[in-house]
Design a protein around this ligand. Structure first.
Ligand code: FAD
Ligand code: SF4
Length: 328
């Protein structure tokens, strides 16, 4: 069995320095939040790390607090903490619900916000050592193979679906991601953080070498904001979304003033359905409106040979999310 060097660090900048030092000695490095995904990847050989930099030893990365401009969520906050935090529960329901829908209690207890957002794809081929785009190769095995779990939007040349439940909810709340790396700190909108395979078939986000996601900031939400996360799975629990939808709506009574609708489990990035968002604005919420919005959600879908079952799931998920919000 492969032996690993574990490095505990006291700050994100120390993590970056430690990574650079290890690389200068010819060692492959990986950052670990809870390790719930990473350690399996190392064991399976899909991550070549010799040195694991343990971020959980950073004391101030695990805080959720409110400041004048919104709510700041440390990258090392666990999914359990995120789903149970009073600030998140009171104003950011879709985020709490998305976090609570992840995997198992054990995974939520160790898995971090940053690790959930940056987890690698769960495509069967990639996870089993096929030399596809995600592994640095130049072909996709799923497009003509096992593609039942794959993308119906935004696919090509890789057809992964982004695996995070939390990320679509963060995009729907206009979250800003905080990043640190060899060139210092930067902020990027959650929406711009993720990249389609057409831009970079090997990676899912804009993190550069030795860059880390340190935290997330949610801008202040108005008092008339309501939100929900609705997830459909292929079994009752403990798995990724076949289809998920995060909906965030500002409403005046029963009228939608503004809507953000972001899908999970259907595209290589959290997938905004702007046609649905535009359609909802200014409308009175009703069952008929929810149904029409659901149907609109699949108008640009391009299913592969084995995943058209996701189409009615998208329609139903959007419809149910809107009706959930109508019910308060
Ligand atoms: C059985 C099972 C079911 C699951 N079901 C779901 C599900 O329903 N929904 C869902 O969303 N997820 C699901 N997951 C994935 C799970 O949520 C992730 O394993 C977990 O969130 C990762 O968090 P972590 O802190 O343990 O990350 P780690 O395992 O530590 O890291 C994951 C990846 O992120 C990188 N990373 C970690 N922290 C940082 C950082 N701060 N900056 C940059 N890169 C970083 C690591 O290098 C690694 O590549 C499931 C996993 C399993 C095993
Ligand atoms: S979908 Fe992506 S991860 Fe899966 S085989 Fe194709 S390139 Fe690889």
């Amino acid at each position: 069995m492969k032996s690993l060097i574990n490095v505990n660090v006291a700050s994100f900048s120390e993590a970056v320095t430690a990574a650079q030092a290890a690389q200068q000695q010819g060692q492959a490095v990986a950052f670990s939040g809870g390790g719930s995904d990473l350690l399996q990847q190392i064991k399976d050989g899909t991550d070549p790390a010799d040195v694991v930099i343990n971020l959980r030893s950073i004391p101030d990365g695990r805080v959720i607090r409110s400041d004048g401009s919104g709510i700041a969520i440390g990258g090392l906050v666990t999914l359990t903490e995120l789903s149970q935090d009073p600030l998140v529960l009171s104003g950011l329901s879709a985020i709490a619900q998305a976090a609570e829908s992840v995997g198992t209690p054990q995974i939520r207890n160790v898995g971090t916000v940053a690790g959930n957002i940056t987890q690698r794809p769960w495509c069967w081929y990639y996870r089993n050592g096929f030399n596809c785009f995600k592994a640095g190769g130049n072909e996709c095995f799923s497009v003509n193979g096992e593609n039942g779990q794959h993308a119906i939007f935004g696919g090509g040349p890789s057809f992964i679906v982004h695996p995070s439940d939390v990320a679509p909810a963060l995009v729907a709340f206009d979250a800003v991601f905080q990043v640190t790396g060899p060139n210092g700190d930067r902020e990027i909108s959650a929406e711009d953080f993720f990249v389609l395979p057409i831009t970079n078939p090997e990676r899912e986000n804009t993190l550069g070498e030795n860059e880390l996601l340190t935290g997330v900031r949610i801008p202040t939400v108005s008092a008339n904001t309501v939100s929900t996360y609705h997830k459909i799975m292929d079994r009752e629990a403990w798995t990724h979304a076949e289809v998920g939808v995060a909906a965030v709506i500002q409403r005046d009574g029963n009228e939608v003033q503004n809507a953000k609708v972001v899908l999970a489990g259907v595209a290589p990035i959290p997938w905004r359905v702007q046609a649905v968002e535009n359609f909802l604005s200014g409308q009175q919420i009703s069952e008929a409106l929810a149904r029409e919005a659901g149907e609109m959600g699949i108008q640009d879908a391009q299913p592969l040979s084995n995943n058209s079952h996701k189409l009615p799931m998208v329609t139903a998920a959007i419809e149910r999310a809107i009706l959930n919000l109508a019910a308060g």
